[in-house]
Design a protein around this ligand. Sequence first.
Ligand code: NAD
Ligand code: TDX
Length: 345
Amino acid sequence: MNNLLVTGGAGFIGSNFIRYMMNKYNNIKIVNLDALTYAGNLFNLKDIEKNKNYTFVRGNILDRGLVKEILRKNEIDTVINFAAESHVDRSINSAREFVETNINGTLSLIECCRDEWQNENGEYKNGVRYLQVSTDEVYGSLGEFGYFNEETPLQPHSPYSASKASADMIVKSFVDTHQFPALITRCSNNYGPYQFPEKLIPLIIYNCINKQKLPIYGDGLNIRDWLYVEDHCSAIDIVVRKGKIGEVYNIGGHNEKTNVYIVKKIIEILNRKYDNEINENLISYVEDRKGHDRRYGIDPSKIKNELGWEPTTSFEAGIEKTIDWYTNNYNWLLDIKSGNYKKGV
Ligand code: NAD
Ligand code: TDX
């Protein structure tokens, strides 16, 4: 792996991944292709933008001419596709962009890679790899017991998860039909710095700081399996380098919490460290999300046993670090909430 194309690198996980890779390796070049939708933000990579091994290109993964030019000009040997519409609530309001980027965008990207990487005898260039960043949501919802493993049937419920599941099937079909050198990762819920404040954890932090109501959907007992974003980054780094072509790897750290637990934990930490007027009176139970999945839980034994990956940040440490980051970077939150980060873009 020498020349990496990261798509969606100006978003939450993509920007953390680029930072992780730039800090870890000094011999890898990264091109970041991002359309800078509402979720993409160059403020996320301020500390990286001058690195000589890093290049940013504003563009859409659906732009075949641009994607092929990037692949050719930079002799890209590894593509990691983070680019997506990622918010479930938005997909409930309007699914079209999700189909466009998540399904058509993935298809377009892998077709471009195939065109650039495969010769007329059907052989691929040495060492080329494509990694599709997918999600545990493709498996649907669990009952009280059991976990998602890589053999769990796909049963997506939201337009978002259906679009991600469709993309996974397209990628797999290219592996099976064209021996396309792809891998798929399916991670549980991420949290950490630079997450857009529409998602539960940064939204609750922002609202607490501003003493606004803290909306909890339904009874608040839905369960998510939370992973610190840097642990997701280290898992992707291992899978893309050591994973077996054609395989799926689930990523998670057995850290299941109800939404009520998460909200109360954030209140407790902010009350202790930031402002003792932040308290549980701010909690407001609101109408449930349509089709709300009850529980996610990842069985990470494959990635652990086959590739030796394990998370290193406990939830207790990760949530403290995350809250410290948002309170120390409150201006980032303000810029995002006000839309200022889009000025000049
Ligand atoms: P995000 O919404 O923060 O970032 C998405 C990025 O993709 C943005 O920078 C956006 O500008 C860019 N983008 C969107 N459409 C594009 C297009 N057509 N062309 C180029 N760029 C485009 O998302 P995230 O939370 O960082 O998620 C990244 C990936 O990880 C997604 O594929 C998501 O499905 C997956 N994932 C996320 C989580 C999570 O908890 N956030 C968990 C598992 C998997
Ligand atoms: O205001 C809220 N109140 C609330 O109760 C919000 C925004 C969410 N919730 C609930 C819904 C979920 O049960 O909190 C839980 C987490 O919600 P989100 O942060 O929207 O995440 P989720 O829907 O679980 O999806 C996330 O994890 C998997 C990412 O957004 C996806 O991109 C990823 O694939």
